[in-house]
Design a protein around this ligand. Sequence first.
Ligand code: 7RM
Length: 630
Amino acid sequence: MSDRLHTLSGYLYEYQKSIAQPEEFWARIADSFHWRKRWDNVLKWNFDGPDVKWFVNAKLNITENIFERHLYTIGDRPAIIWEPSEPNEPTRTITYRELFVEVCRFSNVLQDKGIKKGDRVIIYMPMVPEAAIAMLACARIGAIHSVVFAGFSSNALADRVIDCEAKAILTSDGNYRGNKKIGVKSVVDEALEKSSVETVIVYQRTGQEVTMKDGRDFWWHEVMAGQSEKHVAEEMDSEDMLFILYTSGSTGKPKGVVHTTGGYMVYTQYSFSNVFQYSPGDVYWCTADIGWITGHSYIVYGPLLAGATTLMFEGVPTYPNPSRFWEVIEKHKVNVFYTAPTAIRALQAFGTDPIQGYDLSSLKVLGSVGEPINEEAWHWYHTHIGKGRCPIVDTWWQTETGGILISPLAGITPTKPAYATLPLPGIQLCIVDPEGNELKGNSVEGNLCIKFPWPSMIRTTYGDHDRCKQTYFSTYKGMYFTGDGVKRDHDGYYRILGRVDDVINVSGHRMGTAEVENAINEHPKVIESAVVAYPHEVKGQGIYAYVICDMTNRTEENLINEIKEMVSKIIGPIAKPDKIQIVPGLPKTRSGKIMRRILRKVAEGSLDSMGDTSTLLDPDVVEKIIEGRK
Ligand code: 7RM
């Protein structure tokens, strides 16, 4: 790709240019794409609205930039290599030309079902190529997709269906998890009891029994049969919505982060090519699920826009055994491997035996995403997986940023254990103190903000623009606030310190404390609850819940189990508290605010230094909680 940087001095030069003349910089990058109509202005923006528009009035379709732009040159190159959960099942290799045919046919299916530009379509599917086909077909016809992670419960799914007023759901009969078949369509059926969608299309994966509702539910293979392979893409405005992705914040209700077409396209390809230094022919593997932003930007859109070969894995790292990742790397000669610290730590716990005998010599670049990577995991990854030869790109970004904003460029800019290091070109970081004063120079620590727009940034939160403004653009005036704490060291490198708000990061999955509390409070015996994070060896953070209960006719043990089940049912198993402590009261200030600082200390087991508790309404309650913890 012509937009790839090759040297450190090239990066430094481009970075300076991108700050001094951002519009010229991004126009040059955007020029390598196919636009049906070029933009009138590169950028119009203010962060007060917020109102951000990139490539104003340009017309395009993102799938034309994946397919039509590339087909004559790379049509026969593998676009997707799919590795099934079961190691003995055959893999599937789908070329760009073949993928194009499937996307066109499925675009025709969606249009036959009356789905039009601007309609919302929920995708609730396992990690199969059809999930990517579903996303791309939506994009091709101008429908707005919202992928919901297939591990979410029917309640969580129903909330999202209702919030975006989805017209259709694309799903599967079931999903493989280890040697178990998990119902997927059955979850959709439950979710649809509380909401109505017109069309459900079901991809057959496991062959398990499902109920199909006449006139609403259709089998994927039946509606695809006989569909034309030709499809003319819908013309989209650069600022038309591409997708909505729900993510947790510090309040109870997940918000629908909105990404638009032109800017997202330009930034995901640019960041993918540069961070991973992808070369034509390389096999690239990102282990995320398409239900998260990492799957959107760096399994589907970024790699496919760049003409890369993207490996999609259906399974989990430990099935059938903890060698699975290394076996897949050897089998497909993976060159770039991108995973999460939680997976690295989980595999690290098995020692180095599971790595022995696997040929990992194809690896050139390793990546990390989702949470801060601790130094120990960084070194283990570097030594035992990369054999000391592969740079690690520790990529910091968020659902809201759409793409990677802080990261080394593999082999080009320096790495440093536990540091995301330097901003990508075009990214203007700013560290502020709690009052919003910018902390200039090196060796400073504070809250991470961004003071200038970048093409793939959040545009709004679906159906509630004010929430977007309040959450991201109001804490510090004129800046996007990330919610993360950060340090800039003496060399000017950035190290992310973790969330400074009420967001927990469990194995790279974002959850709001309020969201988990709301689920716990659904239990009829629960009076009040408070949830905090505590350090967890594998997951990074674990969930610790303090719960006040009505104990009549109940034992602690059965209540704790029931509460865990309740959370699993309301949100999904990923939100299940690791520890629940039944308490007689919660430490509250006179104004009724829960002092989470104290609860965090107790949860992490530091029971002697509680700091100042004088503002508490009832300081005795702290003693009782400490006693209960012991
Ligand atoms: C891509 C993704 C976003 C939050 C973010 C951080 C944390 C992500 C890193 C990281 C330290 C990293 N999107 N985070 N990457 N912290 N180093 N390399 O994870 O919306 O699901 O989460 O994740 O706290 O704000 S996300």
